[in-house]
Write a protein that binds this ligand. Structure first.
Ligand SMILES: Nc1ncnc2c1ncn2[C@@H]1O[C@H](COP(=O)(O)OP(=O)(O)OP(=O)(O)O)[C@@H](O)[C@H]1O
Ligand SMILES: [Mg+2]
Length: 461
């Protein structure tokens, strides 16, 4: 995996993680290079690290393991359940210096405390937060929120936590804002003496967009401070019909709120194309988890010549040359044979072969006394998906030059409109299927409260 050379602030954060044992939450606006720094860290650290993420697909993206499988935690609420740990799990958790968690905004407070308790127990260091392991987390809470708990789980979280966000976990008693009139700390008073301090470090420089005016507009959307002027510029710019695709030019993708809308758009366009639909079936070996959410691509990928597709992986097959495509690149299918799919990207045609996604699991090697990372399951499929439309959720982390933002009956999640708009490299690429409404701009009040209260330091301090 190649990454651009780190900027000064990314480098400073890399050093902070390498040279100290502080628990760090690396955050920053969309496009500030959080994912880039995580990849650099995974490849260049000298510490014994384990990389994990809350969902299967997020774990695949960072070549890590899901939190639940790494810690062998029960699904659902953990609360004060007894944690069963096998010898193998204990050995793995004992070999870690640093635990890296990506997409931390999707981790809830109960799971964060479960990670803490699990590490204390496995390492036999019950009085130390995380059993002495350094925690490094990446994410932007203004983008993705945890899946809200339901029913009894919701009641439990409400009774025990200030909010379901990871930053309100009891373990973070050392973080200034977490202590302020938190209703739930009484039962955990003893934690106060050995809770952990969360150091929030913010990357400031945006690499995805260059235009200062557009950056300022995105920032206003992020914080729910869209003025009438900003709304008017966005709506006036976006109010135009996307041009018909010109041969060889990058087609335009639609970012929509819901799965059913996305599927309907893709289905309609696929049906409208002449020719035969061909289906590529994924090969799955080992335990890859179940359900569409566990899979990184379609199990049955339906394609036709002329179909608009998006790459789901970075190109890795060119040595010493720039990659032909990256995760998110859009192109058009020009030919389908059994073994390859030809895809045209900006007037160039590439042979695309099936890619293998590897599900990793950490294990402890007693001989070398180190962690090793083993492949336990594989998913093989063309790294493509139909891309007349994708959900805003699945567009997370991606970059587009042009896109139609279709908020349909309205953004339903905090941060959704911010994620959609911040995928664009410039305002010139914005098309809106309808004007933005004030109700589309939603900011989670718990995120606002936390981010306003933390002692923030720029990355380079
Ligand atoms: N130091 C750098 N120099 C040049 N380009 C960079 C640098 N860091 C990141 N980029 C580029 O900027 C873009 C955004 O970076 P990245 O995806 O890491 O940001 P992010 O903070 O993870 O964004 P998001 O919040 O949207 O996931 C990418 O195209 C990446 O290659
Ligand atoms: Mg990212």
């Amino acid at each position: 995996m190649s990454t651009p050379p780190l900027s000064a602030e990314q480098e400073a954060l890399f050093r902070l993680i390498e040279d100290t044992r502080e628990h760090v939450f690396v955050t920053g606006r969309a496009g500030t290079g959080k994912s880039t720094l995580l990849k650099h860290l995974a490849w260049n650290t000298e510490k014994s690290i384990a990389v994990c993420a809350p969902t299967g697909v997020a774990a695949l993206n960072v070549e890590g393991q899901t939190i639940h499988s790494l810690f062998r935690l029960p699904i659902g609420l953990i609360a004060d359940q007894e944690l069963e740990q096998s010898d193998a799990t204990r050995k793995i958790l004992n070999a870690i210096d640093t635990l890296v968690i990506d997409e931390i905004s999707m981790v809830n407070a109960d799971l964060m405390d479960g990670i803490d308790r699990s590490l204390r127990q496995a390492r036999g260091r019950r009085a130390e937060p995380f059993g002495g392991v350094q925690i490094v987390m990446f994410g932007d809470p203004y983008q993705l929120a945890p899946v809200p708990p339901r029913g009894d789980e919701m009641h439990y979280i409400r009774d025990h936590y200030r909010s379901f966000w990871f930053f309100d976990a009891h373990v973070w008693t050392g973080t200034q804002s977490a202590l302020k009139d938190a209703p739930s700390l009484e039962g955990f008073a003893e934690l106060g003496s050995f809770g952990a301090t969360l150091h929030v470090r913010e990357l400031v420089d945006i690499h995805r967009q260059a235009d200062p005016a557009f950056k300022a507009m995105l920032n206003a959307v992020r914080h729910g401070r869209v003025t009438a002027d900003i709304a008017q510029i966005l709506n006036d710019t976006g109010a135009r019909t996307p041009p018909d695709p010109v041969d060889g030019e990058t087609p335009i993708i639609t970012l929509a709120t819901r799965n059913d809308i996305v599927n309907a758009i893709n289905r309609r366009h696929l049906d409208a194309l002449p020719g035969r639909t061909q289906t590529a079936n994924a090969e799955i070996s080992g335990d890859f988890g179940r359900g569409d959410a566990a899979y990184p691509a379609d199990v049955e990928l339906q394609l036709k010549v002329g179909a608009q597709v998006m790459f789901l992986r970075n190109d890795v097959s060119t040595f010493g040359e720039p990659p032909r495509w990256v995760n998110g690149t859009i192109g058009t299918v020009t030919r389908i044979t059994g073994a390859t799919v030809k895809v045209e990207v900006e007037h160039r045609e590439f042979d695309v072969e099936p890619a293998v996604w590897e599900r990793f699991r950490y294990s402890y090697n007693a001989g070398t006394r180190t962690l090793s990372r083993d492949v336990v399951a594989e998913f093989t499929q063309f790294p493509l998906r139909l891309a007349w439309a994708v959900t805003i959720h699945k567009s997370q982390g991606k970059t587009y030059e042009r896109a139609v933002v279709d908020l349909g009956s309205g953004a339903f999640a905090p941060g959704q409109t911010y994620v959609a708009l911040s995928r664009l490299t410039s305002l010139d690429g914005l098309y809106l299927s309808r004007p933005l409404r004030p109700s589309d701009i939603r900011v989670d009040p718990d995120v606002q409260r936390f981010m306003a209260g933390v002692v923030r330091a720029p990355a380079a301090s």
